[in-house]
Design a protein around this ligand. Structure first.
Ligand SMILES: [Zn+2]
Length: 220
């Protein structure tokens, strides 16, 4: 389930992030804060992975106690490991990570899962911001993610439950507008439970391959 930005957060977040943003960005790439992203394929790709709801809340909770945040964190860690092993610079971020304000990278993906509310429902979905400064890049990111994720997991793309909340997902509006970003709902904790909990390596591989498709210029 996505989290939509709340207006009352704005002052506190920006105030707190002033100091925190400068430190990690200037350590990794000193020019990142002042130069807009215009080069799609740098030598070492920089990617951010948000583990949905971490550092914040449980996300969706099933009647038996299974929490969405546990699934998201587990998948995010594996995506980070796969892409780091490829030599990329990958950062795992929390849901309301202070570093998200003005975040600059070659791509950002937020990982979420759908609730148990719809019994036996199966399917994944990928969305980008409804108002995008870089629609071509973000359309290609979502196409790469969607194609590779479906290929790996074998579950259907579910266009019917892409919600307003996904397209208005808070992080998509906090980052640098030149950072291509998307949110993925990896499956339903009801109908896709076995995939999400027992084959999370497949889930992670699907997302990692989607990013490789985008960053390395493969056609989706
Ligand atoms: Zn969620």
């Amino acid at each position: 389930m996505p989290i939509v930005a709340v207006a009352t957060d704005a002052e506190g977040v920006s105030e707190e992030s002033e100091g925190l943003v400068v430190i990690p960005l200037s350590t990794a790439t000193p020019v990142a804060t002042s130069v807009p992203v215009s080069t799609p394929t740098p030598t070492v790709p920089r990617v951010g992975i948000i583990a949905g709801h971490t550092g914040s809340d449980s996300g969706a909770v099933c009647p038996d106690g299974l929490q969405e945040v546990t699934i998201n964190d587990n998948v995010a860690r594996q995506v980070v490991a796969i892409l780091s092993a490829r030599g990329w610079s990958v950062t795992q971020l929390e849901e309301f990570d202070a570093r998200l304000t003005g975040y600059t990278a070659d791509a950002l993906v937020s990982i979420h899962a759908d609730s148990c509310t719809l019994v036996d429902r199966s399917g994944y979905k990928v969305a980008r911001a409804e108002s995008s400064s870089i629609p071509d890049a973000e359309d290609r990111l979502t196409a790469c993610l969607s194609q590779r994720y479906g290929e790996h997991t074998g579950i259907p793309f579910d266009p019917h439950t892409i919600t307003y909340d996904m397209r208005r997902y808070h992080a998509l509006y906090e980052i640098n507008p030149n950072t291509p970003a998307a949110i993925i709902e990896t499956g339903f904790m009801s109908g896709d439970r076995e995939l999400l909990t027992e084959r999370s390596d497949v889930v992670a591989r699907g997302i990692a391959d989607g990013l490789i498709c985008f960053i390395e210029g493969e056609s989706p």
